[in-house]
Design a protein around this ligand. Structure first.
Ligand SMILES: NC(=O)c1ccc[n+]([C@@H]2O[C@H](COP(=O)([O-])OP(=O)(O)OC[C@H]3O[C@@H](n4cnc5c(N)ncnc54)[C@H](OP(=O)(O)O)[C@@H]3O)[C@@H](O)[C@H]2O)c1
Length: 361
């Protein structure tokens, strides 16, 4: 049976360590977890069974492998040290028999977006960023429809617009929206992406390093490697939709709760074809997964064991190809969720009513 492995790491240190080791998660303080994560080897977390292609009926299996670095650790250690542990996780995947390795969350963010890791392994590697971008675009357009926002009249802001996923999302959404504002830290990198986005845009494309400008945006996609809680409540426009693709999230639960006139949702979630069992609760509901894992599974369904979505400059052609392949095998955009809860119609109506009655913006 063709198989894959997917690398995960703790996002919320105490909660995620407790998922595997309830006692350690309870007793270890967060700084101790950050410290200890440096010395822990990669480990097999679970066996994934039951995923079946809706197109071919092919069944695949996989493994979740944890690299115990926290996001905070990966941001502060030298990339060469982080690579070493991800590559060790890749060798573990090879021993298990996997033919495709997906890099989850910061394991694809670090360094050169998968190139160095792929060079050191015999199996194929994907960052999963193509399908993450495609799914985030579909979810954002769906959320705008739910909030009665006409995209062609809206200002889209992409925070982390100079990044791999952010740049691609901006390019894919540009033909649908009125104007685009890229937000980031590096003026030159932002300007280079803005030029690319302008080629497909229907309206003005601008960029800024001032997060405060976010408060003008009707539609926000935030997809950074900031380490979490980047966007503050006062930065959001009343009635806006906000797709948070970042892990750890750029929008904290406190920010979301204090803005009940804004629709904040998790980007990148899809439902999986077949009766999949991930064998471990890694923070998404049963039968669902993140776009990056879905991309790893799609390539395994296809039997395409070649590197995919490598580096920081994603190909729009490859993203569209991945979207079509995933759709064919039966992956579907999941119902929108916000902080582990489904966004049903009643919640959306409440947010809309709040925004229409003046909101907090
Ligand atoms: N939900 C999912 O399915 C899924 C899948 C894959 C990845 N992800 C998440 O997506 C995020 C981005 O991944 P990526 O591969 O696109 O990473 P990336 O290529 O490294 O891009 C990250 C972007 O964030 C920007 N950034 C970092 N800190 C910032 C700050 N304090 N203020 C403003 N901008 C900041 C960077 O700006 P500079 O240019 O200045 O560095 C860069 O543009 C990560 O959080 C990752 O975990 C989610």
């Amino acid at each position: 049976m063709d198989s894959f492995a997917f690398v995960i790491h703790p996002i919320d240190p105490k909660r995620d360590v407790a998922r595997k080791y309830p006692l350690l998660g309870k007793v270890l303080p967060e700084p101790a977890i950050h410290f200890a994560s440096r010395f822990w080897p990669p480990l097999e977390i679970s066996h994934i069974t039951g995923a079946r292609s809706a197109d071919t009926g092919k069944e695949i299996e996989g493994w979740l492998i944890a690299v115990p670095y926290t996001a905070h650790r990966m941001l502060t250690l030298r990339p060469s040290e982080v690579y070493r542990k991800i590559i060790a996780a890749g060798h573990l995947a090879e021993q298990l028999g996997a033919r495709m390795l997906g890099l989850g969350a910061y394991t694809s963010v670090v360094g050169d977006g998968g190139h160095t890791i792929a060079r050191e392994l015999d199996i194929a590697v994907t960052t999963g960023d193509s399908y993450t971008a495609a799914v985030s675009v579909s979810a954002t357009l769906e959320a705008a429809r739910m909030m009665d926002i006409d995209p062609s009249d809206a200002l889209l802001s992409v925070v982390g617009g100079s990044g791999a996923i952010g740049g691609a999302v901006a390019q894919l959404l540009a033909p649908h929206v009125g104007r685009v504002l890229l937000v980031g830290r590096d003026k030159q990198r932002l300007a280079a992406v803005a030029d690319r986005v302008a080629a497909d845009a229907t309206g003005e494309v601008a960029s800024t390093t001032d997060l405060g400008e976010l408060c003008r945006a009707d539609i926000v996609v935030t997809v950074t490697s900031s380490g979490g809680s980047l966007v503050q409540p006062a930065m959001l426009k009343s009635g806006a939709v906000v797709c948070d693709v970042s892990r750890p999230r750029d929008i904290s639960v406190q920010t979301s709760q204090s803005r009940d006139d804004v629709l904040v949702f998790d980007g990148g979630l899809v439902s999986v074809p077949g009766a999949v069992d991930f064998g471990f609760d890694y923070g998404v509901p049963p039968q669902m997964t993140y776009g990056c894992m879905a991309e790893t599974m799609t390539l395994t369904f296809e039997g395409v064991f070649e590197d995919y979505s490598m580096g920081k400059d994603l190909s729009i052609r490859q993203i569209k190809q991945m979207d079509r392949m995933a759709e064919r095998h039966g992956f579907r955009l999941a119902a929108l969720r916000s902080f582990e809860h489904k966004l049903d119609d009643a919640v959306v109506q409440r947010i809309k009513a709040k925004a229409q009655s003046g909101g907090r913006g």
